[in-house]
Design a protein around this ligand. Structure first.
Ligand SMILES: [Zn+2]
Length: 163
């Protein structure tokens, strides 16, 4: 595998175990160059790939890399590690495979990404939501910002105050 941190193609598997009730194999890997660790999942490929239906009606094959691209863009330099981003993509892909037979609306994918980003980082959430088709008007974005501001501060935010 290509190391997500230093891009070297030189790693060792340090742990391998069943995941998702046996539907996948989870491998913990360590890069032999930069010594950082990352996780890969190996799973069966669906014969009938999911198709994403965009708002304008065009259809494209589902590609987890596109989901990741949206998340990375929204996260920017926010302190969200690569494993967390990869886990969001994986969870959403698993959900879609379970819940949709053949086609999935793009807004459905966006909604699931937004829900997860909101749970981990307000700024990334707002950025994603402002790009997302469901939040097209400035009033919608303003309402979301207000909702986030009014939600109780969590421990993560308080810690940042003292850094
Ligand atoms: Zn590396």
């Amino acid at each position: 595998m290509i190391c997500p941190f230093c891009k070297a193609d030189d790693d060792s598997v340090i742990d391998s175990r069943e995941a998702d009730g046996g539907a996948a194999v989870r491998r913990r890997r360590e890069c032999n160059q930069c010594k950082r660790r990352f996780t890969t999942y190996e799973r069966f490929e669906r014969a009938d790939k999911l198709v994403v239906v965009k708002r304008d009606g065009t259809r494209v094959p589902f590609n987890p890399a596109n989901v990741m691209r949206g998340i990375v863009a929204a996260c920017g330099k926010r302190p969200i590690d690569e494993d967390t981003k990869a886990a969001i993509v994986r969870e959403i892909e698993d959900e879609l495979n379970r819940e949709f037979e053949r086609e999935v609306p793009s807004v459905e994918i966006g909604r699931r990404v937004a829900t997860r980003l909101r749970a981990i980082d307000d700024i990334a959430y707002i950025r994603f939501a402002s790009e997302h088709e469901d939040f097209r008007t400035i009033e919608d974005i303003a309402a979301e910002v207000k909702a986030v501001q009014e939600s109780p501060k969590d421990v993560k935010d308080q810690r940042q105050l003292f850094e």
